[in-house]
Ligand binder design. Sequence first.
Ligand SMILES: Nc1ncnc2c1ncn2[C@@H]1O[C@H](COP(=O)(O)OP(=O)(O)OP(=O)(O)O)[C@@H](O)[C@H]1O
Ligand SMILES: [Mg+2]
Length: 357
Amino acid sequence: MEKGSELKDVNLDIIFHHISDLIFQIRVIDVHHYEIEAVNEAYLSNYETSKEAISGRRIEDFLGVDQGIQAIKRFQEAIIRKKTIQFEEGYSFPKQGYKLFDITLVPLVEGGSVEKLIGIAKDITEKRMNEEHLVQSEKLSIVGQLAAGIAHELRNPLTSLKGFLKLIQFRNTDKDIDRYVQVMDSEFHRIEQIIDEFLILAKPTKTNFQNNRIDLILDEVIELLSGQANMKSIILQKEYASSLSPIYSESNQLKQVFINLLKNAMDAIGEEGEIIIKATERKEHIQIQVIDNGSGIADEELEKLGSPFFTTKKNGTGLGLTICKRIVKKHKGTFTIESNEGKGTIVTLNFPKIYST
Ligand SMILES: Nc1ncnc2c1ncn2[C@@H]1O[C@H](COP(=O)(O)OP(=O)(O)OP(=O)(O)O)[C@@H](O)[C@H]1O
Ligand SMILES: [Mg+2]
């Protein structure tokens, strides 16, 4: 019998030291003071410390004042309730940075008072990130489906409006009204184009990938936005040659990307500034950069960029960059943003090159 229980202790010891959860035993000095008594290997390696350096240390001395107080509050809760408590809490680590844990604290009661606390902390950072990512992509797909539905529904009333417009055009003899009708007609055409482009984007199955000349795509986008840029005294500077290798792409979708990037750059400038649209041939890819000298992006906001619905604009949807990233990914490209607050922003896209055999 004794042998059996010895073996069990050895097994428990192995589990204690090899489990990936962080396990710690705390000695309760009094309700405000706690000492680390023992921790497992996972705990030591996360904090990059040794058994000798940690045992006997006060919790606030080891974790630092802020995180120490955070931990002590939880210890006090377990002591007052004299029951196991479970909660989620974040802690910072020397090298790995911030991590989120699912923590269980077990108070060990001896003679009516809590003498020790055993804690088990499970790292749930990645799990939570994946969950958030899933929620965001679901949100996005719902918005996409809704918007696609709306775009589709808009076509019917648009067709009847166009029909009546043709009728007016046909019957009308007044020159002024003729001018108005022409403007309306071209505006209708533009609405139709937007709806078509949107539907192409919303239905990823109906794509038409071809070898496209990137200089022509960029020319078209710049042409489209040059009126707006002119009005705001923004110079659109082209820095690309017509000799670039083609990109295997869906031209409408690439246009959508560049329209959004240029619009963002123009918004960041406001009035008077310069946007450089640069394309260069690299060994294995074509690199395209949109460089603006606008307001730039603060460091803390840079990481939120491209998350669905993140916007700093009054009328922004915060979907522009999300859609850009999605399209670039579909083209097996990469997307990076560098920014200097107050100085400007550089968006860099890399697309794989087509090799002619
Ligand atoms: N070139 C840039 N310079 C400065 N900030 C930028 C730039 N590009 C994007 N941003 C910031 O990123 C945010 C998100 O951009 P995104 O294109 O996704 O959405 P939006 O422009 O706000 O809205 P929408 O594109 O739907 O009109 C912007 O609100 C802006 O704060
Ligand atoms: Mg935008």
